[in-house]
Design a protein around this ligand. Sequence first.
Ligand SMILES: [Zn+2]
Length: 448
Amino acid sequence: MVLRFFNTLTRKKEIFQPLMKGRVSMYSCGPTVYDSAHIGNFRAFISNDILKRALEAAGYKVKHVMNITDIDDKTIKRSIAEGVPLSALTKRYEDLFLEDTASLGIKVPGILPHAVGHIKGMVKLIQKLLSNGYAYRTEAGIYFDISKSKGYGRLARLKIDARTRSRIESDEYAKNDARDFALWKFWTPEDGENSFDAPFGKGRPGWHIECSAMAMEKLGETIDIHTGGIDLIFPHHTNEVAQSEAATGRQFVRAWVHTAFVMVDGQKMSKSIGNIITLASIREHGFSSLAFRYLVLGTQYRATMNFTWEALTGAQHAFEKLQNAFLELPKAKGVISTSYRKKFFDALVDDLNTPKALAVVWQLVKDKKIAAHNKRATLVVFDEVLGLGLKGLKKDPVPKEVALLAAKREEARSAKDWKRADAIRAELTTLGYEVMDTPKGFRLSRIG
Ligand SMILES: [Zn+2]
């Protein structure tokens, strides 16, 4: 199977070829664990998951690394504001992130390095950049000198004019160039207890160096695929490239795969508008996480996705229809339809065209010429990439005990005994069921 993806570096759809035959090294920028991730973040994680599953379906062994950013400005600020140790804060949001990830059917990457646990590698990398002249010291920290970096900004197609480059701030402690970025920030009282010793002074790493150090430590100096949301192209990925290539003299990443934004009702999600949507709010509205995954698959990852509650309602209905259709199919051993398999993978390997792949799924479901057990066998193969959990579906998924509890909760709710209703909800959660209240009454679904 030949896969083609759009490479941000070349701005072209390219045939994917890894450095080592049959093996792929893949790095994804993970969450900054200071708050709940929003649906824009999760869209990018879902498309990384589809990419990995597509590579695996094509026979590659994928070594997938995703970092956990547990020390940066945001995590420190939040931990100090809440008066909790940094590690307690980041653990809370990492656990939440991993729960959400599992409920979305995302296969957790095999290697999840934490920035705090990899300071040594970052220090070493910064020392290298200091010794080869790419970094310099100011009163505030160690900075990367972009004027030394050949081809800086190539990934983001930045235009840097001579004036920007040669401008030197009059303040002797300031950065040499407004675009120079911190590799290491020296300790200030705002950092509280969050600092590390380094030969060049006590402090903490900058966000960009964290990813470079962890990516190269786990996957080597040149990586096949690096992913992230398009908002990371500049400055984060641009700076990752500059400092990694300055340190090794080699190409850092061969293919960059970026996922586009999620808009909400046609607007950019932002704290100031107050339209940030999390997975928790999706579930509170009575939708399952997998219905959101289904909705995400309906847009190709490079196109901007517009989230509306109507669209999610449509996705949930379509997804339930698919689940019911799948449950009707007999489990007898079937043969995979080669023509449908070809159509499905042709769509998928063409820059992960998931909307087209979903259309093939529906064509197959409706095709009366394909025997039911063969249909099932084919759908199981498709779902290994789509990750909608079809194979694990059970016809009567709700045990009596669970149904009874749910009914008791409904009683408590009509009696306005919210405390009891909440206690029963918690009990249902421990039994592995999520109860959702919809305008048409409650609905139970399995968690995960
Ligand atoms: Zn990163």
